[in-house]
Design a protein around this ligand. Structure first.
Ligand code: PRP
Ligand code: URA
Length: 211
């Protein structure tokens, strides 16, 4: 099953406030950070660890620490920027790449306008984009990451539509998708419903909210 649904009471609580139309950008950014941190933790639950011998103040013991393994987080601009800091805070050595994709509001088709990626071969790559709607942007992002040699890829999003999940599975079968919600469907303008509106606009305070 490629969809890993974040199932936690705190995640549900944060998600409800994130969706709320009265939530203003400053609070929205805080909530996006908190939810993305929970997602980052969930999406990295299969990281390798190794034994480490230590002394507590009372006795010696064998604990576990993360095995050195290069991680890369790639936000899909712009909205994905709201999900980067939690990865940096949890994994200080993570490398960051950037991929700029923007949906045409009439067609819903994404245009690639920027790409700056670190080395991807052999690294665990987390593509972060809060909204998986038609899946067009995610499929393009996965295409680009694979063209740059990525083989170990996960998609981390906040809200997914069933249509987007199906599109990713069709073009990149088996790709793990970590999300905090799978909503009902897309509306005529290809926005997720019930969704939370335009994530980038709400994150950066640029919205007209007429979707
Ligand atoms: C949003 C979102 C995804 C994309 C999802 O970005 O952040 O990248 O739409 O839609 P899709 O699954 O139908 O491709 P948008 O293009 O609005 O750009 P922005 O991040 O600059 O606001
Ligand atoms: N992008 C968004 O920001 N929201 C949606 O509902 C769909 C795409």
């Amino acid at each position: 099953m490629p969809v890993h649904l974040l199932d936690h009471p705190l995640a549900a609580h944060i998600m409800t406030h994130l969706r709320d139309v009265t939530t203003k950008p400053a609070t929205f950014r805080t909530l996006a950070y908190q939810l993305s941190l929970l997602l980052a933790i969930d999406a990295t639950r299969d990281l390798q660890t190794e034994e480490k011998r230590i002394d507590t103040p009372l006795e010696s013991m064998t604990g576990r620490v993360l095995t050195h393994q290069p991680l890369v987080v790639v936000p899909i601009l712009r909205a994905g920027l709201g999900m980067v800091q939690p990865f940096l805070d949890a994994f200080p050595d993570v490398s960051v790449g950037y991929l700029g994709l923007e949906r045409d509001h009439a067609t819903g088709v994404a245009r690639n306008y920027y790409c700056k990626l670190p080395l991807l071969p052999g690294r665990r790559v987390f593509l972060v984009d809060p909204m998986l709607a038609t899946g067009g942007s995610a499929v393009q992002a996965l295409d680009v990451a694979k063209q740059h040699g990525a083989t170990n890829l996960k998609l981390v999003c906040i809200v997914a539509a069933p249509e987007g999940v199906a599109e990713v599975e069709k073009h990149h079968p088996g790709t793990a998708i970590h999300t905090a919600a799978v909503d009902r469907t897309l509306n005529a303008k290809k926005y997720i419903v019930p969704g939370l509106g335009d994530f980038g606009d709400r994150l950066f305070g640029t919205g007209t909210l007429e979707n």
